[in-house]
Design a protein around this ligand. Structure first.
Ligand code: SF4
Length: 746
């Protein structure tokens, strides 16, 4: 057995560094690297089962083309494929202008690729239509940090776990989605039993089960909870007055806003009692240090940015930021979601946390890239959901999709499929084929994946990691950055002749100098020696920074953080008599995103072999459903059929469906055929955590007695606090059937 080397895990944003051993071209053993700060030797089942996902029969090994989508793909060579794509892109650009093309990438892409895509599209083509599937996970966190603290990027680090007196986990099922970080929390709790772990989640997840306190907030009730909590903290005198006075703006207005709130209304919206909220306030007020983790439960909402602001308000109020063991810590779902943000891949961004709507930022990048003044457009481009809306309306003509599978992961999949069918050109760059998306493409470009190339990524705690090439890619597959560079050269663009990933990296980090995410000291040469550094790391002798804002100088123009009072807002689509259940979607421990890799690992598949809907026993009884029985779930957008899994993790009136499975595993049964594509006004993140559905036993006729009985019981009898009360209240308020809500956001 030979040592192959180390790489960052290609799954979640924890960023575990893993050591690989192999035999005869196979990976035979994978372990966590003990010295890696991200995981301290830890590894979860997904990382440990990477071996079977590498040399699979469905690896894309050659570029492939087809003239129509009714034809089969024909293998070709790189030169032919790139000339074909370049000609079709150029024709569309000539005929319709730069607004007619788009690049939809991923938190799977390394920073080098994200940077070159940004340079090509925004700098050279004058097209800001680049976005990433990070829009589905983290856009609200980006907007929340930026508006409250002046800059994107979390202030905290994993070492804060052991230093926190109270760890608040809100809207995150860390035990399944970020297991190694949650293992560290468990270990910390074991070593310090007095440490308090509080989970706020509408589901009783494995994370909630491990907590000291679980507050089963009503779905969509997070802002109400945080406002009630802020109010209780103010009334308890828990305000850190010196910190607030010296380092923040807007406290008086925020305090007045909180004191004007109606507590019973807040409690009703949050589905929690005043006593529960006061108990939480007491814990937080008494804590020397408060660390909060959050993820999709806050972000995947039409008011996701507001939820982020509301949580950061609490940290500012109590002075729990800019010190060890404290701060608001957003968890990223992908290995390089952070790096994409740093490189400017999101539609509103430019490299180094710059923005397209800032004239100085545009000028800086135009100068750096040698573009003529005015080349970069001042308005943000289309975001993920907007790209597919524009495709459906035929406003967008061509889309290049890389390392992501929107035909499973985007909301409202019937709409997504219609959108792709109307595109003039769909290019899919991926390591595997078929995926649900690659089946709908015109051109397939084979990408080398994580162990087959040199790549750089940034994890949830701002650690930049270099991963070397461990083995050769299959066939003609190329690193993503090289595909983009070759395409740009085929288009005749200059500035894409870098000879290596290292050269791309060094060009990129020079552009971060003096910016909040300063990585100028993390040169490719240095990273190839030390493997990881935490930004800010402004010069070559800088050791990197575990924490930000230790001097309480925030990244805003005046150095102060802003209190941003935010009202509770209802989710976009509420339950009614036609669609009386709340559907929430999420992840499972054994799988990652759309199963492109984890479905190839037998041990993971045996653990979670098939999709299901989690239904509370009380609802199952009302609807005469047995465990394992097929049930039909319908929303205004689609219908799927799934077996029932009885569970008290959900409350009556709410069901949970994991979003991992797409059409490759059973046509038409993906959770996202049901979900709504409403997006937030600023963050443009879709509301994947909440939509209204109906649940029917398949054999029963529509409007059968079971459903009527369910509605009667829920609206008239035995109403409890929490989710059940919330759904019952919504049914009373919105009893009549309503049309599909306007998908345009707040
Ligand atoms: Fe670590 Fe996440 Fe990979 Fe598991 S999936 S090994 S927690 S990076």
């Amino acid at each position: 057995m030979a040592e192959l080397g180390e790489s960052v895990c290609p799954y979640c944003g924890v960023g575990c560094r893993l050591r690989f051993e192999g035999d005869g071209g196979r990976v035979t053993r994978i372990r966590g690297v003990e010295t890696a700060a991200a995981n301290l030797g830890g590894i979860c089942a997904k990382g440990a089962q990477l071996g079977p996902t590498i040399a699979t029969g469905d690896r894309l090994t050659r570029p492939q083309l087809r003239r129509t989508r009714q034809e089969s793909f024909r293998p070709t060579d790189w030169a032919t494929a790139l000339v074909h794509v370049a000609e079709r892109f150029s024709n569309i650009l000539d005929a319709h202008g730069p607004e007619a093309v788009a690049f939809y990438g991923s938190g799977q892409l390394d920073t080098e690729t994200a940077y070159l895509v940004t340079k090509l599209f925004k700098g050279r083509l004058g097209c800001n239509n680049t976005d990433s599937n990070s829009r589905l996970c983290m856009a609200a966190a980006v907007a929340g940090y930026r508006t409250s603290l002046g800059s994107d990027g979390p202030p905290c680090c994993y070492d804060d776990i052991e230093l926190a007196d109270v760890i608040l986990i809100i809207g995150s099922n860390m035990a399944e989605a970020h297991p190694v970080t949650f293992d560290r929390i468990r270990a910390s709790k074991k070593a310090r039993p007095e440490q308090q772990i509080i989970v706020v989640d509408p589901r009783r997840t494995p994370t909630a089960l491990a907590a000291d306190l679980h507050l089963q907030v009503a779905p969509g009730g997070d802002i109400a909870l945080m406002n009630a909590l802020g109010r209780a903290l103010v009334l308890r005198g828990a305000v850190d007055a010196p910190f607030v006075h010296m380092h923040t703006n807007g406290f008086a207005a925020y305090r007045d806003f909180l004191l004007d709130q109606d507590l019973p209304e807040l409690c009703a919206a949050a589905g929690l009692t005043p006593q529960a909220i006061d108990g939480l306030a007491r814990l937080i007020a008494g804590a020397g240090t408060l660390l909060s983790f959050y993820c999709m439960g806050l972000n995947q909402s039409t008011v996701g940015m507001w939820k982020n602001n509301s949580l950061i308000n609490l940290h500012l109020l109590t002075g729990q930021i800019g010190k060890p063991g404290a701060g608001p810590f957003s968890l990223t779902g992908q290995p390089n979601a952070m790096g994409g943000r740093e490189a400017g891949l999101l539609s509103q961004q430019l490299p180094g946390y710059r923005s397209v709507d800032d004239a100085d930022h545009r000028r800086e990048m135009e100068r750096a890239w040698g573009c003529r003044p005015g080349s970069i457009r001042p308005a943000p481009g289309l975001t993920a959901v907007e790209m597919f809306r524009a495709l459906e309306k035929r406003q967008l003509k061509a889309i290049w999709i890389a390392a992501t599978n929107p035909a499973v992961s985007l909301p409202d999949l019937h709409h997504v499929r219609r959108a792709l069918s109307r595109a003039q050109l769909v290019v899919v760059q991926d390591a595997y084929h078929p995926t649900e998306t690659s089946r709908l493409a015109d051109v397939l470009l084979p990408a080398a994946q994580w162990g087959e190339k040199e790549w750089t990524s940034t994890n949830s705690e701002r650690t930049i990691s270099y991963s070397p090439k461990l083995f050769d890619p299959p066939g003609q597959a190329l690193p993503d950055w090289e595909i983009v560079a070759r395409f740009a050269q085929t288009l005749g663009q200059v500035g894409f002749d870098q000879a290596s990933a290292a050269e791309v990296w060094d060009e990129f980090i020079r552009l971060t100098q003096g910016r909040p995410c300063d990585m100028a000291g993390a040169t490719s040469a240095r990273l190839r020696t030390v493997t990881s550094l935490q930004w800010p790391c402004p010069h070559a002798d800088h050791p990197g920074s575990k924490r930000r804002y230790l001097d309480h100088q925030f990244a805003s123009a005046d150095g102060r953080a802003d209190f941003l009072p935010r009202d509770h807002r209802e989710p976009r689509e509420l339950p009614d008599h036609e669609f009386p259940f709340v559907l929430t979607t999420g992840r499972l421990y054994a799988h990652w995103h759309t199963l492109t890799r984890t479905a190839k690992a037998g041990k993971l598949v045996r653990r979670e072999p098939a999709p299901f809907v989690e239904v509370h026993a009380a609802d199952a009884e009302r609807l005469h459903l047995e465990a394992g029985e097929l049930v039909q779930l319908s929303s205004r957008r689609g219908t799927v059929r799934l077996p029932v899994r009885l569970s008290d993790a959900v409350c009556p009136g709410m069901v949970f469906v994991p979003f991992h499975w797409g059409d490759l595993f059973g046509e038409g049964n993906a959770a996202n055929y049901l979900t709504i594509s409403a997006i937030g006004r600023v963050a443009k993140q879709p509301e994947l955590k909440f939509c209204a559905i109906n649940l029917e036993k398949i054999a029963a006729p529509r409007n059968h007695a079971g459903r009527r009985r369910f509605l009667f019981q829920l609206t008239n009898h035995g109403v409890r606090t929490g989710v059940e009360a919330y759904v019952a209240k919504r049914l009373q308020e919105h009893g009549s059937s309503r049309p599909q809500p306007d998908p345009v956001a707040f």
